[in-house]
Design a protein. Sequence first.
Length: 437
Amino acid sequence: MNYQESREYIDRVTREIPSVLGLEHMRELMKRLGNPQEDLKYVHIAGTNGKGSVIAFLYSALSQAGYCVGRYVSPTLYSYRGRIAVAGQMIDRDSFALYLTQVADAIQVMTADGFPHPTAFEIETAVAFLYFKNKGCDLVLLEVGMGGNLDATNIINNTLLAVLVSISMDHMSFLGNTLSEIAEKKAGIIKEGSHVVTVQQKTEVMEVICEKCRSNHAECTVADAAQAQVVEEGVEGQTIIYEKECYRIPLAGIYQKENAVAALNALKVLDGLGFPTTAEQKKEGLEKVSWNGRFTVLDTEPLFVVDGAHNPAAADMLVQSIEHYFKGKRLIYIMGVFSDKDYQSVIRKTAPLADQIFTIQTPNNVRALPAQKLAEAIEKINPHVEAAESVEAAVEKAYGLAEDKDVILAFGSLSFIGIMTEAVEEEKKKRKEQQND
């Protein structure tokens, strides 16, 4: 297969094979591929909100130290291939097609032998393992797709460090209806004798993590963001003091302090596991981090911010950031969500703060909630809502309504942020041309 054919293959599997949790099919697939994942070492990251940011911090700092670091995350905002990256470069088209073809060939034999067809996420994860082995990665930063214990990524055994970011209610139909049930599944990435870093969690979550660490003889470090002090901040970044060191972070959002502290504790643990970084490399890593779509500024007049708040816990953090940075400002929302998320809770938390809301349907995704249905749900909380026919139309409407001192805030599913960014750039270009006429 060439790259286009490999992408069509993945798209077809996405449409035809439903998502499942379980490791049986993944184990069979990887065995037929020679178990490349066994030749790599991992930092495995699970939780509800903050996984991507912590990985971004670690990826930047460890790369500064000269390690060949692999990164596997999902979803990605601007390029599908961005979910698989090594040493700052996403997987190239030819390599993706090559390894996807290997995986597809193995699946053809596997299904002929009576085994079920793997899911798209399992296939992508297999491609990532093949690529990371081929590139000779020193360490792989591996993001859990959903849950932990039965996620396709949890086929790994060589976990040096498991990182647990904030755990809250999400994916209840798959993971359970209580925090303890969800925490039990997410803590399933903790392996015998591994090291663990967790942020401060709610009591019932912390109890599960501590018990899992005890039963697996895993050493646990609690990263306490309360020990860090923000000394300078704005919508384009912040500076924190943690353990007497000063760190500049080019990411806004009040939740990034916790993510940075989690990453710094993870780096400290890795210092003793054969992957040391100097104090300067840690500082440079945090300062040079790039992680778009998390309270990211796309324009300044008016201020246009995008954020991936798509579940109740993320909505709580978004509201705190709004009240922190934009108190007294007139807010215009652009909002799009997945139908399988608890969008009603997100609406209840965020909608009362907006002067006007434009809803969108996330393009090219079967899980997307129609813009009109989202608008009808919002209307019960805030009557100033209008369904837009596209991302581009919503951006144009928001700009048309906004004054220079207003704030346009686009949030919800991360999957539309790439298209949103392109639409904003087009609108900025158009407005600049009008000013020059």
